[in-house]
Write a protein that binds this ligand. Structure first.
Ligand code: FDA
Ligand code: NAD
Length: 426
């Protein structure tokens, strides 16, 4: 039993939604395109899950955040896919892929064949068990990657109002969930191994600002350590988190955000991998010319820095997906993907954006005791990265533009004095 399509998108997350919109804009015909997703709903804006979805009042719920509302584009509801003849194969896991035969085998035993495949399988949350800690399958421990995780988290927060939560991990999930827990009137202790939060991006000075802000909201930070085990009661619920030094943090619930692994396993041994992802060229095409990869799972050349990178952010998922479809549908008119990395987060009333690369010397600017401040990264004599908290739209646009231009910086002290003014003057 099987079906055949010209184009198949494997995965139904952010990248899949933006790829579908681009296919439609470029005139895909009815019946040519299919999306296969393990999730039971069409593509949605995943970032909502750690923000609006967790609000105690008037939370975001589907269908309001289906792609592509995050980029102020059309909202692709089930009706939209139907009207445009795009087949949604939902709630369906692909178990194996045969790149040579151009077929995918689903868990239900169906073979789906393609002429062109776009891999948009994203990533999975790393489990504590992978670091030797047992018990993260307890009912009051949750991860956050998809809608079903978010529903578990919402239910847990409702049952723990006024109680204690331990957040494991000081990255994006840890920081955004800690803020949501506080907003839901739950006391938070955050545990992570690094010396400060968001260690992959923030400088100690930037991290200090956010940690102080979180502390003012009652969040406790336990840094430079990891948990060693859970204390679990006879009903199977975690009651406390035990740290490496033996100390005990009482817990009514636990949220874990300790990083991700790209979903590449179906293609290992069939496609070239790099940096943990599927290696693609500037057209997002893998080592097999009929197969493209986009979003979190793709390792693509970032022209600006002359390097292959794998990014785990929504803007890159949206834009790489659109570029791949352009390259597939109009190969002669589509050049190399020329992407400026862009990350952002919003917590409480704070909001920051980052553009470029966090490499080289850091120059902080602005008022770290106020609400607008930032940093530039200067590498090999050029501005390569910019961070800004509390900026206006024009200010964010200016730092993005300045970073893309990679201007030569001869006088670092002058850059520090000019601060945001440097970007605004470009
Ligand atoms: P994504 O994970 O969105 O989709 C992958 C899809 O593939 C899923 O539908 C999955 O079920 C499916 N799949 C995988 N294997 C399959 C198989 N074998 N068979 C069938 N289907 C399969 N970024 C940012 O820049 N700003 C932000 O604020 C946030 N916030 C945020 C919050 C939360 C809670 C998360 C988890 C992530 C973010 N991100 C973010 C990151 C951002 O959401 C992420 O980079 C994109 O979702 C990546 O899009 P993809 O389409 O690549 O993967
Ligand atoms: P992350 O990589 O941002 O952070 C992982 C954190 O886990 C590290 O900072 C570290 O503190 C901690 N850690 C690692 N090993 C540990 C261990 N053994 N014990 C305890 N802590 C440990 O990953 P994440 O926060 O899990 O986020 C998952 C994904 O979701 C990422 O791809 C991220 O980019 C994405 N995301 C992005 C945003 C955003 O861009 N605003 C928001 C939410 C999620």
């Amino acid at each position: 039993m099987g079906r055949a399509f010209v184009y198949v998108i494997l995965g139904g997350g952010v990248a899949a939604g933006y790829a579908a919109l681009e296919f439609r804009k470029r005139g895909v015909s009815h019946g040519e395109l299919c999306i296969i997703s393990e999730e039971p709903v069409p593509p949605y804006e995943r970032p909502a899950l750690s923000k609006g979805y967790l609000l105690p009042e008037d939370p975001a719920r589907l269908p309001s955040f289906h792609t592509c509302v995050g980029a102020h584009e059309e909202r692709l509801t089930p009706k939209w896919y139907k009207e445009h003849g795009i087949e949604l194969v939902l709630g369906t896991q692909v178990k194996s892929a045969d790149i040579r035969r151009k077929t995918l085998l689903t868990a239900a035993g169906e073979t789906i064949s393609y002429k062109i495949l776009i891999i948009a399988t994203g990533a999975r949350a790393l489990k504590l068990e992978e670091f030797g800690v047992k018990g993260s399958d307890a009912e009051n421990v949750c991860y956050l990657r998809d809608l079903s995780d978010a529903n578990t988290l919402v239910d847990l927060m409702k049952s723990c109002s006024g109680g204690n939560a331990v957040v494991i991990g000081g990255g994006y999930i840890g920081m955004e969930c800690a803020a949501s827990l506080v907003i839901n009137k739950i006391s938070v202790a955050m545990v992570f191994p690094e010396a400060h939060c968001m260690a992959r991006l923030f400088t100690p000075k930037i991290a200090n600002y956010y940690e102080d802000y979180y502390k003012s909201k009652g969040v406790k930070f336990i840094k430079g350590t990891v948990l060693s085990s859970f204390e679990i009661d006879p009903s199977g619920k975690v009651t406390a988190v035990i740290l490496r030094d033996g100390s005990r943090l009482p817990a009514d619930m636990v949220v874990v955000g300790i990083g991700i692994r790209p979903n590449t396993s179906l293609f290992e041994g069939q496609l070239t991998l790099e940096k943990g992802g599927i290696k693609v060229n500037g057209k997002l095409q893998s080592s097999n010319s009929s197969v493209y990869a986009v979003g979190d799972v793709a390792a693509f050349p970032v022209k600006l820095f002359g390097e292959i990178r794998r990014l785990e952010h929504v803007d890159s998922a949206r834009k790489s997906a659109r570029h791949a479809v352009a390259a597939i549908m109009e190969p002669d008119k589509t050049g190399e993907f020329d992407y400026l990395p862009f990350f952002y987060s919003r917590v409480f009333t704070l909001s920051w954006q980052f553009y470029g690369d966090s490499a080289g010397e850091v120059i902080h600017f602005g008022d770290f005791s106020g609400s607008t401040f930032g940093a530039y990264w200067v590498n090999k004599g050029h501005l390569v990265g910019s961070f800004l908290e509390g900026g206006t739209k024009d200010e964010y646009d200016a730092v993005a533009k300045a970073t893309r231009l990679k201007p030569a910086i001869e006088d670092v002290a002058a850059l520090e004095r000019q601060g945001l003014g440097f970007a605004l003057a470009i």
